[in-house]
Design a protein around this ligand. Sequence first.
Ligand code: ACO
Length: 323
Amino acid sequence: MSSFSIKATAKAVPEKIVTNDDLAKIMDTSDEWISRRTGIKERRVAVSETTTSLCAEVASKLLDKSNVDASQIDFIIVGTMSSDYQTPATAAAVQGIIGANNAIAFDINAACSGFVYGSYTMQSLLNSKPNALGIVIGGEQLSKLINWHDRTTAVLFGDGAGGMLVSNQGSGEVLASNLKTYGDQGKALLAGHMIGDEHFGKVDDQTDQYFHMDGREVFNFATKNVPNSIKEALSEADLDANDVKYFILHQANARIVKNVARKMKVDDQKFPINIDHYGNTAAASEPILLSEMMENGLIAKGDIIVLSGFGGGLTTGTIILRY
Ligand code: ACO
């Protein structure tokens, strides 16, 4: 198996910060409820930014940080559930903007598991070509999928992008992965419905592209299946939780992260949280957190890290990396 070495990580978030108090001015909610139930204090909301612009900013930063020319990139994958267009894919738009003319580029939609699904796919692609470089990004503008009259979902989500540039040369590697899809439970989390039923011939069709979520069902799904996914991946790699420096989980709810840590009997200090600043940014949450941890020097060469996500599909995905 070829190596999977992270050369650089980066993030890009919109400038506009919306606090819980800001939301309490436009809907029946409170900072107290949101903080206690989710851990979220504020989120970023795109105004002039788009999913494409945020992802392109991440890609440009990755090239700068790793001193790689765009023409050297072979593969670009963007995990997103909020692409600006159905087509072209965000990854294709990014390829065009940064001038990565030799790269093939496509999106993956596995909702909040998108970054892990994208990394898993990138590993296969890197295996297929000698001396190759790839960019994996998770990027979202979930604020466009929010019904601002629905407090049960509006307070949860935010916008942003994060990513990594990876090479199949070097000492980093994928030690194990565990991805699962539960399509029979997909209705627990819907967004982006393209057009209402029986659209033919109608002129006043009410398309509802907004989030519809059974929060309790998704909560139970995550707290049951994420620990199992991580445990199975650890077992495949013949590792113990003690061997892992950090468990970088999808930031959907601080209570979910702490619940997973408790179920795994691991100190929750090993489960970093930044949801207080960004809310749930779906596919972007893990790479934003990873990028911040790299910036803060928390991960050193040789460290083992676990990335684990869950979300729409429903899906789960865990990947264990040696940095
Ligand atoms: N402000 C104030 N009150 C609220 C709000 C709000 N924003 N939202 C709901 N409430 C009320 C409800 O109406 C309910 O009131 P009632 O008791 O009078 O009926 C009460 O608060 C409790 O509501 P619950 O839904 O039972 O609250 P819960 O503790 O389950 O928390 C939450 C809700 C935060 C959504 C939680 O279930 C959760 O985090 N679920 C997981 C969701 C998730 O992870 N989704 C993302 C998946 S990733 C992806 O693919 C995008």
